[in-house]
Structure formats: C-alpha cells, structure tokens
Write a protein that binds this ligand. Structure first.
Ligand code: 6PG
Length: 476
C-alpha cells in the first residue's frame, strides 16, 4: 500500500494537517526528525485513518505513490532549507515538495527556481486557520507551477474549509504567489486586530464599559456586517475572567504585543512595491510601540502631559465606533488587496483578487462576512484600482464617515491613541483630495536638489532657477 500524500514535521500544525488528510480517506505517510512524535501520532490518532509511519526519509519517500507529494511543515527559515536538502536528492522528476509553513515569498521563489532546475515541483502554500483550522479545514493558498495543482489541488481542496460546498483553496499563481498572499493575509490580520483593539479601548475608556459589557457589544456586532472570526474571538477573550485573581483576563495580561514577523514582512514588501499599506504599517508599529519598554517607562516617568478622559462624545459612542471600525477595516483590506495586485503585476503572477477574497471567506483567521462583497467587487472588475470605489464599499464608507471623524476627534481630544482609525481616515481623505500638498514637496525637492517637477499646464520636466527667477520682489 502506498500513501497519496506525506507530511514531514509533525509538530501541532503538521500533525493536524496529516490527520485532516487521513480523515478524508487519504493514506498519509508520516515523517518527523525524531521518530517519537511519529509514533505518538499513530498511537493517539491511528484510528482516524490510514497512516504509514516512516523512521527514515528514505522509507518515507519509498512509501509514497508517484508523483510524490511531500508536505513540509517545519519552522520557516533554515529548517525548511535543511528538510528540502534532505528530501530533494531522494525524489524523482515530477515529484513535489509543498512548503506549508509561513515562509517568506522571496525564499519560496529561490527554492522553487532551484528545485525546478532538478525537475522537481516546489509549491509554497500559505495555510491559515491555526491548529483548529489545520485539523477541521484551513484556508489554503498554494503557489508554485500550475501543473502541480492538477495532482495536488484535489487533495488540498478535500481538506480545505468549504463555503457553500466550494473549497477555500485555489491555485494562487506561480512560484512565491501563494506565500505572498498568505503574508498579506497576515498583514491584514494585524490591521484588523489593531482596529478591534482600538474599538475596545475607546469603549472602555470613553464609554466606561467593562470588558464583559464590551464582550456583549462585540457579540452583537458579530451578528451584523462586522461578523468575523476575529470579532467573535475578541468577545470570548473579553468575557474571560482570570481564575487566580477574579479579574478580567484582559487586565492581567502584560500590554506588550508580540509578533513573529509576517506583518513586518508585509510592510517591507509594500515599501519595495511602493504601495501605501498604512493601516498594516500602523498595526505593526503599534505592536512595536507597545513593546518599547524603555521609551514607555521614560515617558511615564517624565509625566508627559495629556488631556483628561472626560468620557464625552458628540454622538452615540457605540454606534460611532462600529462605523469607524468598519470603515477603517475596509481601508486596511483595500490596501492589502492593492498590494496583492501590485505584486502580481511586478512578478507576473496573474493573481485573481476575487478568488483570494473567496478563499478567505472561511478557514482562515481573517474570515469575515464582508469578504463576500470584496469577492463580488473584484469579480465585477479584477483591475479595480481600489476597493473604496466599488459601490458597496463607497456607500459603506460614505455612510460611516461622519461617525468615523467623530471617533477620531474624541480619541485625539481625550488623548487615547487610535493610530489605526486615524491613519485609515487620513488615507481616505488623501485619496479623495483634489489637490495634495505633495506639490509643495516637489517644490522643496526642486529647490534644494534640482530634482525637477511637472507642471499642471504643460507636459515635460521643469526646474526653477530659484535664486534668479519666479520670485516677486517682496518689501522688507
Ligand atoms: C494564520 C495565522 C498564523 C499565525 C500568525 C501569528 O493565518 O493561521 O496568521 O499564521 O498565528 O503568524 O502571527 P504573529 O505571531 O506575528 O502575531
């Protein structure tokens, strides 16, 4: 008996993916650096399906039907290269290695090119949904050569989450496209989490609501257009009471947000592509600010002054925060999708943005009701310059903008940081501006560096001889 698929790297994500394949009736070859984990998996979950445990890489490879499909689920970085180096020499033409970790797309591009030269298929696949998703149905974003999807796609689609019977898995595009899209997914995840955190903070500080009350508000919002996994789990986290102290869980946690790096990668890539993902950047920086202990301590020690929180708000705070959250969220997704489109163009990936929204509707961390509308927007127009001009989003944001502005004002007036809300609003206002002060920046650049500028009234590049021309005499 041969296995249809193999998984190497049996920590929790690998183990759950292997079990998911087995539960769907596929025979799964298992391999881990230490055999103990492999044995454990078979002992504990062997009854769920057919597993072929292997003690060595050779035995593992020999137990796979051809073309061999080897899923690698190890820590991103050097560990992935080590596994590739171990397996590549054992594989034959047409076999495929599938990296299901959170790899950097540039690494995936490099690995794909190197393995292609050896006649092997390398598929960088983004997998989202955490441990539970891996077991019950993740959202899967496979890149790599299109041909590989014929032999691999059906298996991945089997184990993926489903919406109306349709799998949350599609071939994203060649080489690093899958991992790029997964990276942006995580960037959007950061932005979404930051915005939710700001909403909570305003409801708590300005509204004076307890965490338990705010949990109720989020549960209520979850029934509406904000309905999403992150809103749902936020309510759960806010409901939680610390057993040891009886305090709200959120109050006993150190307020320093950590990060493993995918949000940072998203911003780094966006800077290179020249795409303004300000919402994602603010969320990465907000985590960095929260972790900046020396600066925060110095600032509190110095007593940096600020206004008092009055609890006043020129509207219905709860309704306004919902609007600000929804509008800011739209901006963050609009920026993320713009980044995917820009990368797709840059690397010739031909990514279908509507298909990305489609496969994010379930299984992944950013699954949300409104992805249906994003899908529809891009299905209607795959080259939409920004989601904000699609009718649904245009209506949503224009309906929200007064409330959104009131929330930004309240936050600023009462000294409550809301970088996500306010930068999203600034982005929105920048897009709508008929004239931006960028004209002045062009003037400054030309003044000090002769960098030239373009004119509104005729084509060409211009430079002003600043000392000699154009400045009217001014009376002293
Ligand atoms: C997912 C998650 C997953 C992981 C994040 C956490 O899609 O399932 O995004 O990939 O939980 O990378 O990221 P940070 O540790 O950087 O917050």
């Amino acid at each position: 008996q041969k296995a249809q698929i193999g998984v190497t790297g049996l920590a929790v994500m690998g183990r759950n993916l292997a079990r998911n394949f087995a539960r769907h009736g596929h025979t799964v070859a298992l391999h881990n650096r230490s055999y103990g984990r492999t044995k454990e998996l078979v002992e504990e979950f062997g009854h769920e399906g057919t597993f072929l445990p292997a003690e060595s890489a050779e035995q593992f490879v020999a137990s796979l039907e051809r073309p061999r499909r080897v899923v690698i689920m190890v820590k991103a970085g050097p560990a992935t290269d080590a596994v590739i180096d171990e397996f590549a020499p054992l594989l034959e033409e047409g076999d495929m290695l599938i990296d299901a970790g959170n790899a950097h797309y540039a690494d995936t591009r490099r690995r794909e090119a190197a393995l292609k030269a050896k006649g092997l298929h390398f598929v960088g696949a983004g997998v989202s949904g955490g441990e539970e998703g891996a077991l019950h149905g993740p959202s899967i974003m496979p890149g790599g050569p299109k041909e590989s999807y014929e032999a691999l796609g059906p298996l991945l689609e089997d184990i993926a989450a489903k919406v109306d019977g349709e799998p949350c898995c599609v071939h994203v595009g060649p080489d690093g496209a899958g991992h790029f899209v997964k990276m942006v997914h995580n960037g959007i995840e950061y932005a979404d989490m930051q915005l939710i955190a700001e909403a909570y903070d305003l409801l708590r500080q300005v509204g004076g609501h307890s965490p338990a009350e705010i949990a109720g508000i989020f549960t209520n919002w979850n029934e509406g257009r904000l309905g999403s996994y992150l809103i749902e789990i936020t309510a759960e986290v806010l409901k939680q009471v610390d057993a040891a102290t009886g305090k709200p869980f959120v109050d006993i946690v150190v307020d320093r947000a950590e990060q493993k790096g995918t949000g940072r990668w998203t911003v780094q890539a966006a800077l290179d592509l020249g795409v303004p993902v300000s919402g994602i950047a603010e969320s990465v920086f907000a985590r960095a600010i929260s972790g900046g202990v020396p600066e925060r301590t110095a600032a509190t020690d110095a007593g940096l002054p600020g206004p008092a929180v009055t609890g006043q708000h020129a509207g219905d705070l709860r309704a306004d925060v919902e609007q600000a959250l929804f509008a800011s969220k739209i901006v963050a997704y609009a920026q993320g999708f713009q980044q995917i489109q820009a990368a797709s163009k840059e690397y010739g990936w031909d990514i279908d943005p509507g298909a990305m929204a489609k496969i994010w509707r379930d299984g992944c961390i950013i699954r949300a009701k409104f992805l249906d509308f994003i899908k529809q927007a891009y299905d209607k127009n795959p080259t939409l310059p920004t989601l904000l001009v699609d009718q649904y989003f245009l209506d949503a944001v224009s309906g929200a903008q007064d409330a959104w502005r009131r929330v930004a004002v309240t936050a600023a007036q009462q000294g409550i940081p809301a970088p996500g809300f306010s930068s999203a609003l600034a982005y929105y206002d920048s897009l709508r501006a008929s004239r931006l002060p960028a004209a002045l920046i062009q003037g400054q650049r030309d003044f000090f560096g002769a960098h030239t500028y373009q004119r509104v009234d005729k084509p060409g590049s211009f430079h002003t001889l600043w000392a000699a021309e154009g400045r009217p005499e001014v009376d002293a």
